[in-house]
Design a protein around this ligand. Sequence first.
Ligand code: G6P
Length: 615
Amino acid sequence: MCGIVGYIGDREAFPILIKGLQRLEYRGYDSAGVALISDASELQIYKKKGKVSELMAATTSQNRSGRIGIGHTRWATHGEPNDINSHPHSSQNKNLVIIHNGIIENYAALKSGLSKRGHTFISDTDTEVLIHLIEDIKEHEGLKLGHAVQAALRQVVGAYAIVVMDKEDPETLVAAKKGSPMVIGIGSTGDFFIASDASPIVEYTKNVVYLEDEQVAVLRKGKALKIRNLKDKEITPYVQKLTIELEAIEKGGYDHFMLKEIYEQPRSIKDSMRGRLIADEAKVQLGGIVDYEAHFKQAKRIIIIGCGTSWHAGLVGEYLFEELARIPVEVEYASEFRYRNPILFSDDIVIAVSQSGETADTLAAIELAKQKGAKIIGICNVVGSSIARASHAGSYTHAGPEIGVASTKAFTAQVTVLTLMALHIARLKAGISDSRYRQMLYEMETIPAKVEAVLKTSPSIKDIASTYKDVKNALYLGRGITFPVALEGALKLKEISYIHAEGYPAAEMKHGPIALIDEDMPVVVIATKGANYEKVLSNIQEVKARKGKIIAVVTEGDTEVKSMADHCIEIPETDEYLSPLLSVIPLQLLSYEIAVMRGCNVDQPRNLAKSVTVE
Ligand code: G6P
């Protein structure tokens, strides 16, 4: 979490930094700040609790000039969100300033050592300790900034992406990273851009270098980019071309990124399948895992790890792999898996699912699984992300940038890739009949058009939203492969509208949640046609008998549920194992509409962040 940006060149830095911070606000938005060095070598720091727009408004009458600067948008870890704890932070002599994403785990020990040497601190942050440490080393050892940063980072335990600026040397920015992402854009006029992801950079240049862990970059205006690792070995920068386009990270006429991303799903699902699903030839091609097909065939077990929505996609994957490929699957929260000394075998396959590819717990779980000899297959959205790089092999989801904090199109893209993978492995293992395999491939091809049809139900979903927008609680029920969809629907409602919601397997309702049901309780039931359809009908009766309100997601043409439910949302018929790709869409729309009606900040819900790079 936290977004960082930096610029050095001939242009005015402030507008570049502010625009960049706004693009990174999905990473955190407790507070924002910038530091600039003017042409007269004056250092200005503006920082403030609240959103980037508030920082902008508060500084309109200030001198915001300067061709070198750094900016930060914060998701608080150490110290509450307030003006003082906001970044940038300054060193003791106020010459050095820093922005930081990550956590310095040994900050308390470092702080006490520095205090003994006369340093005083004004914030509660770990970041301020780091800039004091850099200054301490720089002054005492007479080092240049880049070397002082290297030396300081050798003492640091934890994760960081930092940019440091020195008032005394307004021609240089120093950036470093470990465990938190950082991209350096190389401009065409000797200028450089730094950011947590490529979105602030793409407007200015397509040439980027992804900094690797424990690398320190020195950026000097008009000079070549210099990178060294913490052992002072020079690294040749590997310049890559960005493939994302500017339009992909803008709202494109929608009120919110979340709505845009919900509506992008026909396209994003198609992109996830592009070149991989060739129904006419009865073929699935997943180039990224070709070298690991033999491992999949031999695997006695698959463990899927992830967090949040990605964990839900993993649960859908469990049903898919077990049903189609007949391989036992366990789905684990990455944060639990990494700390419970899990038993792993060298023939286990671990599939790590992550939109951002930067989630700290998932990354740490991968490292643990690797140490224990398992093979890691990554399913990530962000190309070149840490998880993608840490995996042995994998398949990108190709959903395009997801900016809304509540994940939507990333979920359907993850489920699409998991479905393709399960079908492909099933075929390799001869665990699926030829006719079912072919039928499912043809059916998958129709999914984008069917998602389009589901999106057309939006007016009726808006009506349902207006009826229930003021409830305090909601229950989401599903059975079999729609159970994870119920979990995902509940999560969407919770995270953006702050209504307490729980997802449950429909039959488990009797063991607790049924006690909550009364005439005020909406119960969203996924009651599409499938093996458990009749059972779900009984669960609906149980809710109705207790006067609960039923909002049912049903298969087109269903009359039975219609006769019992208070509201029905129809989705096109499809194979039961592909149905999550359709049934989740109305739940995304329902939570979106409710959140808008409640006046919530849909794209930036309170306390959340898009990319959770702290554990
Ligand atoms: C955060 C986001 C969620 C996301 C989860 C896992 O909580 O708000 O939308 O599902 O992290 O993130 P990942 O990038 O690993 O999928």
